[in-house]
Structure formats: C-alpha cells, structure tokens
Design a protein around this ligand. Structure first.
Ligand SMILES: [Zn+2]
Length: 570
C-alpha cells in the first residue's frame, strides 16, 4: 500500500517525452512507481483528464527576506512552484555586519522594489555570516523548498566596507577575502554566487549594486571558488553593453571552472537583435567547452501601470500627487471629475529620467492589460492606435483606461521582449537548447512588475492559448521549468516523475488553468504593498509527498526545506 497514488493522469514527466496516461505512486517523500496500475494508495487523487507534472522549479526569485517570515512564499507557491532559488542579481541579506542592515535593506528596496519598511519589520537579523543566514532560513518550516545564492553586493560591502559599497576597484586582498566568503557560503550549501552588472539596478540612494563595475579579475577570482568546490552556478544580471568583454570573461570562467554561468537574455528596443547574438555566443562557448546558460523570460518584462501601482504616465503630475494619500475609491471619484481630468491632461511635465521619457513616447506599446490579462496584444490595441482611431490624445485614452474597473485596471508596458509587437522572439528563445527559463522575479518588484505567475503562464499561453503565432508542445514547456531549471542548479533529485525522485507534483486542470488579473495587496510586514496574481486550475500541489495545496487552498502542510548544495535522485 503506497502512501499516496495520483491515479490515471496525463503524465508530462519533465524529461520532454510526450504525455502518456498513468499513475504516480508516492511513499514518504519520494516517487516509488510510475506507470499503469501501480497498486493502491492509502490516499488516492483522481487525476483523470488532468495533467500530472513535476512541481515547478523557479530559479530566479528574490524571496531572501520573505522566506524568513512567510512560510507560504507567495505568490510562487500559488502557481505550483515547489522549489525556488533566491539570492539572484547580487542582492540579499548575508553576509551582514550589524551596522549594514539598513543599507542592505536599501539595496534590496532600490534594486528589487521590495518595501524597505516591510523588510525592516520582517527581518530578524539573527545571522551575520552566510552560513548563519542559511541556518536561519532552515529553521522556518515552509510550503516549498528554498535554495540560496551568495550575493556579490552584500559580500563586497562586507569585505570592503564603503569602498565596496561605492564600487571602488577591489585589490587582490579584497578578492581573496570575497572568495573566502563565497567558499564558506557555497560550502555550507548555497547553490551559487550572483552579481548585478546593470545600470538599471540601483540602491535606494542611487548607487549601483556593489560589483556592477567589478573587473574580470574580480569576477573570475571569486568565481573560481565554484570550480574548486565543483558545484554552484554564477548568475549575472548584466546590461551586456558592450557584450564581447562580458561574454568573454563569462566563457573563460565557465571553461576554467566547469561551472555554468547564467545571464539575463532579453530583447531590448535599443538593440532588438542582440538576443540572437547572445544565443549564438552560448552555442559558440559550448563548442569550446564552456557553459553559458542564457536566462530567458516566457513573456515580456513589463511594467504594470495604474492607480494601484507605483508608476503610470501621470504619476508626476501635480494634480495626481496632491491626492496620492487618498484611498483608491476616493482618488477614482476625484479623477472622474471632468475639471480635474481636463487639468491633469493639460499639465505638461518634464520626464525626470530616460526610462520615464521612454514611457511617455511609447504609446504604441502601452496597452490595457485586461481581465483575463492579455500579454500579447496586437498593435491595433495599443493606446496610440486607439487614440489615432478615435481622434483623441493618447494621454486621454490612457487616463480613461486607468479609471476602468474602479481604478483597478492596469496599463501594460512591455519594455523588454516586445520590440516586434509579438512573442516570435520569445518563441525562438524558448526553442533554444541552452536557454533556461527564469526571470520571474518572485517576491520582487512589488510596486510595478508582477511576473511570478510565469510558471502558470507557460502552460496557459504557450501550450493552450497563443493565437498570434506558434505554440509549444506541453512536454517541452514542462521540461523547461522542471528538469532543465533543476539540473542547472544541480538539483538532480527533482523535476522528473520517475522512481527515486522527490515527490514534487502538480495535478493541473489544463482546461481551467488561468491566471487572474494582477491586484495590489497590503499583506507584507508593516502593511507593505505588493502586486500579486492568483492562479486557478491547480487541483493539487504535492511537495515531498505531502499535499500542500488542494484546489487553491493551502492544506497547512509545510514539508519544504532549505536545499543545501547539489542533490541526487535516490
Ligand atoms: Zn533578479
């Protein structure tokens, strides 16, 4: 008698092989049999007509603070995610000298837009070193497994103090000291080392993340530790401008250490073909014995703009600022007043930065997101196109769209991965054998970006709903966010439905599967705000043999653990 049997499902097993009907038997925390008629279970889940797949492994999240207070690690766990990797992009909360707590919070708040007041109230700081942080994370039971990476920003400030925080060059001694900290962290179970090399990532005081300008000797000097230990991933968020020197040290490092380097690969409007060169560079590096894993997104990185979010085209208007403190319903009533509307639309403002200027001249790529949300709208649906058709100003169209649904509607501004106005570039990236799906940024960008629903979206859009181009077979999409992501991080105990693997399983009603419109909720510590999206259609999520969610409701089971280092199937 098995502990649990998932009966008669359509098995999409994570390996990329086509679906087949069958059962999954689970004993303890592992899968013990897969196939036809596996014998009875003390508990059985009827999965007839449902997709049965491994739990999702989301490798790009920023739950470093949240995991210390939230056992449910939402919104990711609502979306069938059973393993998250955090500590991406060079930011995190260890190592941490006591006098740097507020600074580390400001770094995370600036880079990842997580409310600093929430972090300050939520984090207890019962650690200083990275291994102590891992111990603290391990002590809290939670619904899913968590893997951590050692963040360059924290390490640099810890070792170099203000010199490090202010991005001064590292000496040989600095590099040796940073490498020692990374060695201790990875030795204690961190899954890698991460760094930010983009001008977009700035602390709350405007300073770039420590390490942004680190020279190749610093990156390679620290990254060598992964080779010595024979484990771990180097994750980089880089502008890749210029790209050749960046790709060069990444390839050198991966060839020398045998360890993968994963870097964000997204289409940008300034150079809309660069992603093709990045994929080609990964192929070329592989041919020379390197291992570059372009990390791609399943949909555009987008800003959601509206009266609930932190940014919209009128956010800087005096007439908007004056009532910013009012509850949403009162602001909506105020903005509907024709005189107020006319005054705000008449007010000209100076864009304070390049990003805002880009937004204000990009009406052709600003859309009503809608409910259910549409992330691949046609050009005829842009604010600019509506304005031209109706003989109105784009500003007035945007203004009125934001007031729909009692001010809860969002405008969708896909600022990366949408240069062509459709997902054909993303489709090509998803077909690339070395590309890894990530960049969901779970737990981060609480005010304006909301992509933690990516795992669900891969199925709803890429498998089922896409109309403006080719879809993808379900086995490919499932493999992308199970075995592929798990393998990159050495988690060979999960991501596949086969005997010996961890019993991390989703039972999915693919016909019903849906992601809801984004909403702003205020449930972080200190009533901090965050954009979230809920999911429908996950009949059950099983983590390490325990049913954690059933029909969208948490069961209370908290079987998740800290993952320390690479894992193997039993
Ligand atoms: Zn990130």
């Amino acid at each position: 008698m098995h502990d649990l049997v998932i009966r008669n499902g359509l098995l999409v097993d994570g390996t990329g092989t086509p679906p087949r009907e069958g059962d999954v038997a689970i004993d303890g925390e592992r899968i013990t049999a897969v196939g036809d008629g596996v014998g009875a279970g003390r508990r059985e889940l009827d999965a007839r007509g449902k997709v049965v797949a491994p739990g999702w492994v989301d490798i790009h999240t920023h739950y470093d603070g949240q995991v210390t207070w939230d056992p449910y690690v939402t919104p990711s766990s609502w979306h069938g995610v059973t393993t998250v990797v955090m500590g991406n992009c060079g930011v995190g909360f260890a190592p941490a000298r006591p006098d740097r707590h507020q600074w580390l919070i400001g770094l995370m708040e600036g880079v990842e837009d997580i409310p600093g007041s929430a972090l300050a109230e939520g984090i207890k700081w019962n650690w200083q070193s990275f291994p102590e942080y891992l111990d603290a994370v391990e002590r809290l039971p939670r619904v899913l497994d968590v893997g951590a990476q050692v963040p360059h920003g924290a390490v640099r400030a810890y070792v170099m103090g203000e010199r490090g925080a202010r991005n001064e060059p590292a000496t040989a001694d600095d590099i040796a000291a940073m490498a020692a900290i990374v060695r201790d962290g990875v030795g204690a179970g961190a899954l890698g080392f991460s760094s930010s090399r983009t001008l977009l990532h700035r602390a709350i005081d405007g300073e770039c993340v420590p390490g942004t300008f680190a020279a190749a000797d610093e990156m390679i000097g620290i990254g060598r530790v992964l080779g010595e230990l024979g484990r771990g991933v180097l994750e980089v968020a880089s502008d890749l401008m210029p790209e050749d020197p960046e790709l060069s040290w990444m390839e050198t490092l991966s060839r020398e250490t045998g360890r993968p380097v994963t870097f964000a690969c997204l289409q940008n409007d300034a150079d809309p073909e660069q992603w093709r060169r990045l994929l080609a560079a990964a192929d070329a590096a592989a041919a020379r014995g390197g291992w570059l894993a372009p990390q791609i997104a399943a949909r555009p990185t987008s800003m959601l703009m509206g009266l609930q979010s932190a940014l919209h085209p009128f956010a800087l208007h005096a007439g908007v600022h004056a009532v910013a403190h009012l509850p949403l319903a009162e602001r909506v009533a105020h903005f509907r007043n024709p005189e107020v509307r006319a005054a705000i639309l008449a007010e000209q403002i100076e864009a304070p930065n390049a990003l805002f200027a880009y937004l204000l001249r990009s009406w052709h790529k600003l859309f009503a997101l809608g409910d259910p949300p549409d992330y691949e709208p046609g050009p005829e649906r842009s604010v600019g196109a509506i304005a031209a058709r109706e003989g109105r100003s784009p500003e007035s169209v945007a203004y009125d769209l934001m007031l729909e649904n009692e001010g809860r509607s969002f405008l969708y501004f896909p600022f990366l991965n949408y240069s062509g106005g459709d997902f054909d570039a993303i489709h090509t990236m998803l077909e690339h054998p070395l590309a890894i799906v990530g960049l969901s940024d779970g737990g981060a960008h609480c005010g304006v970006i909301c992509d933690a629903s990516t795992p669900t979206y891969l199925l709803t859009h890429w498998v089922r709903d896409r109309r403006r181009g080719a879809r993808l077979p379900i086995e490919q999409v499932v493999a992308h966010q199970t075995r592929a992501t798990a393998r990159l991080y050495g988690l060979d105990d999960r991501g596949v439905l086969a005997p010996g693997y961890l019993a991390d399983v989703n039972v999915i009603d693919l016909d019903r599967l849906a992601i809801a419109a984004p909403e702003m909720i205020y449930d972080l510590p200190a009533q901090g705000r965050r954009l979230v999206q809920r999911a429908r259609g996950y009949d059950a999520t099983v983590k390490s043999g325990a049913v954690t969610y059933e029909h969208g409701e948490a069961t209370g089971a908290l079987p998740g653990r800290l993952v320390r280092g690479p894992q193997t199937a039993a």
